[in-house]
Design a protein around this ligand. Structure first.
Ligand code: RFL
Ligand code: PHB
Length: 389
């Protein structure tokens, strides 16, 4: 088989890239390790920056989001001392869209089906070959049969544990990492959201987040010990702990119910440079991971795709390779800004095991500054809603 761009991974980065390239007349084949049902069972991101919203619309995958997504003008930050609202719209004139990654992925699969794009599932043994030549190719196995895909370029969209990043020689890669000493326990439940906007809570017992998917589906997270297992947390124990950490007025009135999904995710900041090697281009979690506190992971995957699509269009439609040459630097400059923001939100809102009284006061002062300074709220708003591409 032959294509112009071989895309490894059928998560949001791979599917959005495939959709936008195909719509520009550039052919793709997506190779995904898991089944479609498995990919669609993952519960992950919930907040889309406006740039991501516009890309999904441009991809022809925005109809359901336009109808069912919830536009948010702001969000809340609470601690035992105070409750601060950041009004994104007032501060920086922008908003975000609350619409789950699961739905984004479903819409992208439907859009790919509608244009007859090639997405192969249950693909194993993916190997990227001759990436530093003019004729790279990908070998893989489907239904027990070994296959070969010839291409001009390979897009590595296969997440943190994929094969693409390790295909760049170790002596070329520079990796930066910070592992946080806690995880997030997330619960999805068929209950109305606790509040109209998201609440990020800094509490002496640990961080909590009240989020949502729609009027009858809520998503909550609490900071937990890295050693904790999902089995350690009954639904009752989860709700009791969440209520302790949320503002009392919210905890008193919130509706609880059986969890329909419960999982623990570790928190990490990670960047691998460069994002291009030879004819391989990394996008999304394959190149970088952010802790979820800033709601940036999926949005960064989309911004990488933005730069790569622009570069590919320039190359294929205008014969100009300069966008491909600068892809890594262009994508990384925005990645590092999102890294900084996610790290600062994580640092401001979580309880660290070795946190002393001084560090405690630093967190309180951050929130007090947020409460009193319009400039500080603007900084948060412009980062949360997404820096320009
Ligand atoms: P994905 O989604 O991991 O998709 C990669 C795909 O590649 C496949 N794959 C392979 N395919 C072929 N061959 C191989 N060898 C392969 N190895 C892997 C995988 O099966 C998979 O389908 O990466 P992508 O596309 O880069 O998308 C990134 C996002 O999924 C991720 O950044 C976000 O979910 C992060 N995230 C959030 N991001 C936001 O923007 N806003 C949020 O509110 C937000 N909340 C979150 C989050 C992530 C979380 N977890 C669980 C990590 C909340 C949580 C709890
Ligand atoms: C979510 O709804 O899953 C969500 C929202 C905001 C975050 C992280 C996750 O910062």
């Amino acid at each position: 088989m032959k294509t112009q761009v071989a895309i490894i991974g059928g998560g949001p980065a791979g599917l959005l890239l495939s959709q936008l390239l195909n719509r520009s007349g550039i052919s793709t084949v997506v190779l995904e390790r898991k089944s479609r049902d498995y990919v669609l069972s993952r519960i992950r991101a919930g907040v889309l920056e406006w740039g991501t919203v516009e890309m999904l619309r441009e991809a022809g995958a925005g109809d359901r989001m336009n109808r069912d997504g919830i536009v948010h003008d702001g969000c809340l930050f609470s601690s035992s001392e105070r409750m601060v609202r950041v009004d994104f719209k007032e501060s920086c004139g922008r908003q975000v869209m609350v619409y789950g990654q699961t739905e984004v992925t479903r819409d992208l699969y439907d859009a790919q089906d509608a244009i007859g794009a090639t997405v192969l599932h249950d693909v194993s043994d993916v190997v990227l070959n001759d990436l530093d030549s003019d004729a790279p190719y990908v070998t893989y196995t489907v239904d027990g049969v070994a296959q070969r895909l010839e291409c001009d370029y390979v897009a590595g969209c296969d997440g943190f544990h994929g094969v693409s990043r390790p295909s760049i020689p170790a002596d070329v890669r520079q990796e930066y990492e910070k592992v946080y000493p806690f995880g997030w326990l997330g619960v999805l439940s068929n209950t109305p959201p606790a509040a109209e906007e998201l609440i990020y809570a800094n509490h002496p017992r640990g961080f909590a987040l009240a989020s949502m998917r729609n009027a009858t589906l809520s998503r909550y997270y609490i900071q937990v010990d890295l050693a904790d297992k999902v089995e350690d947390w009954s639904d009752d124990a989860f709700w009791a702990e969440l209520k302790r950490r949320l503002p009392p007025s919210v905890a008193e009135t919130m509706v609880t119910g059986p969890s329909i999904e419960k999982s623990i995710a570790p928190l990490r900041s990670f960047v691998s440079e460069p994002m291009r090697w030879g004819r391989l281009f990394l996008c999304g979690d394959a190149a970088h991971i952010v802790p979820p506190t800033g709601a940036k992971g999926l949005n960064l995957a989309a911004s990488d795709v933005h730069y790569l699509v622009a570069a590919m269009k320039k190359a294929y439609l205008g014969g100009d390779l300069s966008g491909l040459e600068t892809y890594s630097a262009d994508a990384l400059s925005r990645v590092w800004q999102a890294m900084r923001f996610s790290w600062s939100m994580t640092t401001m809102l979580h309880r660290f095991p070795d946190q002393n009284a001084f560090e405690q006061r630093m967190q309180d002062s951050e929130l007090a500054y947020l409460e009193t300074s319009e400039a500080r709220r603007l900084v948060l708003a412009e980062n949360y809603t997404g820096l320009p591409f």
